[in-house]
Design a protein around this ligand. Structure first.
Ligand SMILES: Cc1ncc(COP(=O)(O)O)c(C=O)c1O
Length: 405
C-alpha cells in the first residue's frame, strides 16, 4: 500500500540542524572525539529562581489547562517587559503566548496566508521561516544578502521584491545564522520603503535581543519607526536569553486582529501553552537579567576566539557576528581544494563533512539558503570553541590546491 502524505507536509523538511547534530552524536558514540558546534541552544542551565518558580507552581496546583492566548499574569509580565526593556506600549489583547517563538511564527502565517501569498525572507535565514510559510500555503521569496552587505537586507532589495502578493517581510536581528544586527540608520531606511507599501506586514524576530557584543541597547524597527506598530508582529521568548529552550514558551505582540486570529489557530492545535512553563517564564521576565552579563561575556569571548582563529585561515571569510550565538563562515576559497585522501571539496556540504572527520561538527550554509558557507555555534564550552578553531585551521592548512599525481 502506498501511504499518501499531504502536499503541504511534502513542501517542508526535517531540520538540517537536527540531522547534523545526530550525525555528530553517532560519530561520538563510535568513540571519536567530536566537538559539537551544531547546537542552537545555550550551554548554560536555566537560572535557579526560574526553576524554583516552576516547582512552586506545581505544588500550588497550577497543573490544569491554561487560557489559549496565555495566562493573564504572564501576558501582563510580557507587557511590562516590552515597556521596560524595549520602550514599547502594547494593550493586553495584543499579547499572546505560545509553545515557543516557533509556534507564534507558525500561527501568524496560518492566520494570514492564502495559497500563493508571498513572504519576503532575507537569506541566510533560520530554516523554519521559509518552511513555516510553505506549510501554510505561502511562497517564500528568498532575497540573497551576502557577505558584502553584512548578510543584511538593503532598502533597494526590499523595494525590488515587494509585489502585489507580498503579505509579510521577515526581519531577524540578531540573525540566526549570521549574527547580523541592523543599525538605526539601516532600520530607518527599510522603514521608509515599508511606508510606501502599507499592505506589507512585518515579522520582527528578536529572540536573540539580549545576546549582543556591543554596548548598544537592543533596538527594534519599532523604536525607529513607531508608526509601523499596527502592522508589525514582534516575536520574542525565553529560550535564548534565559536558557529555557525546553520550557517551550514564546510570545507575540501585534495588532489585536492578528493576535485574535492566531489564538483561534492555536485553539485548534495545541491550546494554551504548559501551565508550568508559563509560571517559569513569568519568573524569568520578572526576575531581572542579573545573571546575563556573565553569559554574554562568555559568548563574546568565544566569538572573538573563533573569529580570530578562522579569519587567519586561507580560504575562509568570517562575518563577525554582532549578536546571537553563531559564527557564519564563507568557505568559497576552499572549494576545488583536495583532501589528503584525494577527495575534492565541491560544496559547503563537502567542507562540513571534511571538518566533521577532522573532529568539528558544524552545519552547511545550504541549510540556511546560502552556499558555500557553514555555521558554527558558540553556545558550547569555551575550551571546545578554542580547540575547534585550532582543528579547523589545521585541517584547512592540510588541504592541497592540486591533487598530487
Ligand atoms: C531566529 C529564531 N527564531 C525562533 C526560534 C525558535 O525559538 P523557540 O525556542 O522560542 O521556539 C529560533 C530557535 O532556534 C531562532 O533561532
Amino acid at each position: 500500500m502506498s501511504f499518501r502524505l499531504s502536499r503541504r507536509v511534502q513542501r517542508v523538511s526535517l531540520s538540517a540542524n537536527a540531522a547534523a547534530k545526530s550525525q555528530a552524536m553517532a560519530l561520538r558514540e563510535t568513540g571519536r572525539d567530536i566537538l559539537d558546534l551544531t547546537t542552537g541552544e545555550p550551554d548554560f542551565d536555566t537560572p535557579e529562581h526560574i526553576k524554583q518558580a516552576a516547582y512552586a507552581a506545581i505544588a500550588a496546583g497550577a497543573t490544569k489547562y491554561t487560557p489559549t492566548p496565555g495566562v493573564r499574569a504572564l501576558r501582563e509580565a510580557v507587557q511590562r517587559k516590552l515597556k521596560r526593556e524595549n520602550r514599547l506600549d502594547y494593550a493586553l489583547p495584543s499579547i499572546v503566548i505560545a509553545n515557543g517563538a516557533k509556534q507564534i511564527i507558525f500561527n501568524a502565517f496560518a492566520a494570514t496566508l492564502d495559497d500563493g501569498d508571498e513572504v519576503l525572507v532575507p537569506v541566510p535565514y533560520w530554516p523554519s521561516f521559509p518552511d513555516s510559510v510553505r506549510f501554510n500555503g505561502g511562497e517564500p521569496v528568498l532575497i540573497e544578502c551576502g557577505l558584502e552587505q553584512g548578510c543584511k537586507l538593503t532598502p533597494a532589495q526590499l523595494e525590488a521584491h515587494i509585489g502585489p502578493r507580498t503579505r509579510w517581510l521577515i526581519l531577524n536581528g540578531p540573525g540566526n545564522p549570521s549574527g547580523a544586527v541592523y543599525s538605526e540608520a539601516e532600520l530607518a531606511a527599510l522603514a521608509e520603503v515599508l511606508r510606501r507599501h502599507p499592505q506589507v506586514l512585518v515579522l520582527l524576530d528578536e529572540l536573540y535581543e539580549h545576546i549582543r557584543f556591543d554596548d548598544r541597547h537592543a533596538l527594534s524597527l519599532l523604536n525607529v519607526a513607531p508608526d509601523l506598530q499596527a502592522r508589525c508582529l514582534l516575536v520574542g521568548g525565553v529560550s535564548k536569553t534565559y536558557a529555557m529552550t525546553g520550557w517551550r514558551i514564546g510570545f507575540g505582540a501585534g495588532p489585536e486582529v492578528l493576535t485574535t486570529a492566531m489564538t483561534v489557530v492555536q485553539s485548534q492545535s495545541t491550546s494554551g501553552a504548559s501551565s508550568v512553563g508559563q509560571a517559569a517564564a513569568l519568573a524569568a521576565f520578572e526576575g531581572g537579567l542579573g545573571f546575563l552579563p556573565e553569559q554574554v561575556a562568555a559568548y563574546h569571548e568565544r566569538r572573538d576566539l573563533l573569529v580570530s582563529a578562522l579569519s587567519a585561515v586561507d580560504g575562509l571569510e568570517v562575518l563577525q557576528p554582532e549578536g546571537g550565538f553563531f559564527v557564519f563562515v564563507r568557505c568559497a576559497g576552499l572549494l576545488g581544494r583536495y583532501r589528503e585522501d584525494g577527495q575534492r571539496l565541491n560544496s559547503d556540504a563537502d567542507v562540513v563533512a571534511y571538518l566533521l572527520e577532522e573532529g568539528v561538527a558544524g552545519v552547511a550554509g545550504s541549510a540556511y539558503g546560502l552556499s558555500p558557507w557553514f555555521r558554527l555555534s558558540i553556545a558550547t564550552a569555551t575550551i571546545s570553541v578554542r580547540e575547534a578553531g585550532r582543528r579547523i585551521a589545521d585541517a584547512c592548512a592540510r588541504l592541497r590546491v592540486e591533487v598530487e599525481q
